[in-house]
Design a protein around this ligand. Sequence first.
Ligand code: RP5
Length: 161
Amino acid sequence: MSVSVGIIMGSQSDWATMKEAALILDELGITYEARIVSAHRTPDRLWDYGKTAVSRGLKVIIAGAGGAAHLPGMMASKTRVPVIGVPVQTKALSGVDSLYSIVQMPKGYPVATMAIGAAGAANAGLMAAGILAISDPALAERLDAWRAALSASIPEEPKDD
Ligand code: RP5
């Protein structure tokens, strides 16, 4: 059976960030796989992943990378499956390097770029859920409930720590 979402990342070190996307997909009952696919260290793996994404039934790809973060853009060049990019926070430049590497795609090959770091990864999971919910009414209900629960958890008044 095929999975709906591919979560790919440039390195094992990205998993601490990218698992935030996986947690959201788990919460919403969305099937996914997680793979290390590096644009620089495993370019052949990237090529194969992109080449087979449609035939394998992937509907969304979430791609996270840090620094010279070419993975999301290269994946978008190789497949028409929508790619959501997550800029991983880096030590040297705080993830601004990752953000700029991912967000400035040339016309024709879009990457839906999220915020830097864990919030961006979680939002990537939610963005993937929103895309899949267009054609999955049961998932749409679960996503609506998830959003309503988050909203309900926000207090009206602040309190002292
Ligand atoms: C990128 O280089 C990865 O996406 C990662 O964010 C960064 C550092 O990788 P490691 O040196 O921790 O493997 O390719």
